[in-house]
Design a binder for this molecule. Structure first.
Ligand SMILES: Cc1cc2nc3c(=O)[nH]c(=O)nc-3n(C[C@H](O)[C@H](O)[C@H](O)COP(=O)(O)O)c2cc1C
Length: 170
């Protein structure tokens, strides 16, 4: 189940960086997890999972060990935040979120399966440090990219009619 090779991945990223970006801050960067490093990260996750919860069952630990093993390529989209005199952090985080979605769509448009996942690993201080995520940074998403083995199950979608209202003054 191949993932994108480097030129293909770069084409996806070329697409993913074309997002709205107030103040042109480029508040994001990419960290690729591929090949054997996925399993090395999985081993660290399993170890950390055990440390977080010594009573965790073996199946929970195994689930954590395998989190990064399913897709051949995982692109970590890291939001680069921190103080900024003009652009609120929220807006920069939204830009990083747009990058995640744009990358998902680019991967899917190029025929790959892709999924935006986070899980505890995105927020755990030890795993953040292992990934080199800085104090002013946050993991916006792990974008797992590979070959879809089956169609993703459809789910009920929100009804835009129920979500839409009209503002009226006063
Ligand atoms: C920021 C973010 C983090 C997510 N993390 C997870 C996750 O860790 N595990 C998970 O099963 N789904 C997660 N999802 C949801 C999936 O990306 C996806 O929406 C879900 O599997 C349903 O797929 P669909 O939206 O194509 O129907 C996350 C979504 C977002 C926006």
């Amino acid at each position: 189940m191949p993932g994108p090779d480097q030129p293909t991945l770069l084409r996806m990223l070329q697409s993913a960086v074309r997002v709205p970006d107030h103040g042109k801050r480029t508040p994001f960067r990419f960290l690729k997890i591929e090949g054997d490093t996925r399993h090395e990260l999985g081993a660290l996750l399993a170890e950390r999972s055990r440390a977080r919860d010594p009573d965790a069952s073996d199946s929970v630990i195994e689930k954590d060990r395998l989190r990064f093993s399913f897709a051949p390529v995982i692109v970590t989209v890291i939001a680069t935040l921190g103080p900024d005199e003009k652009i609120p952090e929220q807006e920069r985080l939204l830009t990083a979120g747009c990058v995640c979605f744009a990358l998902l769509q680019a991967a899917q448009a190029m025929g790959f399966g892709a999924q935006w996942l986070t899980g505890w690993a995105a927020y755990d201080p030890h795993i953040r440090s292992v990934l080199g995520v800085g104090a002013d940074e946050t993991v916006a998403g792990f974008i797992h990219i590979g070959t879809a083995l089956l169609d993703a199950p459809e789910r009920e979608r929100p009804d835009p009619v129920a979500l839409l209202s009209d503002w009226t003054p006063g």
